[in-house]
Design a protein around this ligand. Structure first.
Ligand code: UDP
Length: 341
């Protein structure tokens, strides 16, 4: 059976992807330095799938450690690279840490893949590379715009690194998935999103407010050029998103890719405003959610959603989980973490 290295495999999207890979029959080895996740995630993955993934704890920005890892593991068939710093605001204050960590990790992995003869890489990119597009929905040919933050720029530059590396190394295949807004949790409530400190993202803030940990949700602006004035995003269920990685891996391993560097949008194709999401949460959970409208958040774009035609046709993938179910899963996970019945 093929073995997949999942970097960042104890993180939010990584852990859900490990589950989907195992359920599709792949063996998994996780590398994560636990800088933003907990070792218990490995136990919880095992509870879901009945199979314990291998796990190693080290920092992928250390070149010698990465080379050494690939020397010790000659049975790896493909890599899914999630491990990265991801706090947009923090990246503005710590740009060098973000560039050093996010760029070096990828370069170390690519170099080691070449050295070890590992041919296939799936990379977690983001719709942040599109900035505020002029035309919606965004297709893969929508031009990328200059990044709004050092974090965003690491996604753009890392895509370029993979593109250029694959142009030079014809035997290596790279595939970038540009995620829209990943939300939700595994329906088992055994894994989910666990932000450290005050959440930056909307759905963890909503579930923490519903759990009584935050007094109220602040909605950052209702004077945007959208039907209800609040910004629009394409919220993608984390299990659906994880399944996109499984089909991407299969595509590369079966040699079905059309070129040795490809990239795909991974979203639902549907835009929801902040108020629509808040109302969907109330409807699906029955929990009231106190909120107030406050000023705009610096750097927020007005609206974005995906054209998913390419992922639908080429990968044979599409988002399936209804938003109400996704929000209910996120709420059940929050309740589980807080001991709420
Ligand atoms: N948002 C909000 N209150 C919050 C967090 C987010 O109103 O406490 C809004 C934010 O302005 C944006 C949307 O929710 O319009 C999604 O924000 P998130 O940070 O989750 O994702 P991103 O901005 O990266 O798309």
């Amino acid at each position: 059976m093929s073995k997949i290295l999942v970097t960042g495999g104890t993180g939010f999207i990584g852990s859900h992807t490990v589950v989907e890979l195992q359920e599709a029959g792949y063996d998994v080895i996780i590398v994560d330095d636990l800088s933003n996740s907990k070792a218990e995630v490995v136990d919880n993955i095992e509870k879901i799938t009945g199979k314990r993934p291998e796990f190693e704890n080290f920092d992928l920005s250390n070149r010698a450690d990465v080379l050494n890892f690939f020397l010790r593991h000659k049975d790896i068939d493909a890599v899914i690279h999630f491990a990265a710093f991801k706090a947009v605001g923090e990246s503005v204050y710590k740009p060098l840490e973000y560039y050093r960590n996010n760029l070096n990790s990828l370069m170390n992995i690519l170099e080691s893949m070449k050295f070890a003869g590992v041919r296939n890489l799936v990379f977690s990119s983001s719709c942040t590379v599109y900035g505020q597009p002029e035309k919606l929905p965004v297709t893969e040919s929508t031009p990328r715009l200059p990044a709004e933050s050092p974090y965003g720029n690491t996604k753009t530059v890392n895509e370029d690194i993979i593109r250029d590396f694959c142009a030079a190394e014809k035997e290596i295949n790279g595939l970038a998935l540009r995620y829209f807004n990943p939300i939700g949790a595994h329906p088992s409530s055994l894994i989910g999103e666990s932000p450290v400190g005050v959440p930056n993202n909307l759905v963890p803030y909503i579930t923490q407010t519903a759990a009584g940990i935050r007094k109220e949700l602040s909605i950052f602006g209702n004077d945007y050029d959208t039907p209800d004035g609040t910004p629009i995003r394409d919220y993608i269920d984390v299990v659906d998103l994880s399944k996109a990685h499984v089909v991407a891996i299969r595509r590369l391993m079966e040699g079905k890719n059309k070129s040795n560097y490809e990239f795909f949008n991974v979203g639902t194709g549907r835009g929801l405003s902040v108020l629509e999401l808040v109302n969907a949460f109330k409807k699906s959970t029955g929990v009231d959610l106190p909120y107030k409208i406050v000023g705009r958040r610096a750097g927020d774009i007005v609206k974005i959603w995906a054209d998913t035609t390419l992922a639908n046709t080429e990968l044979g993938w599409k988002a399936e989980v209804p938003i109400e179910q996704t929000l209910l899963n996120a709420w059940n996970w929050e309740k589980k973490c807080r001991g709420i019945r």
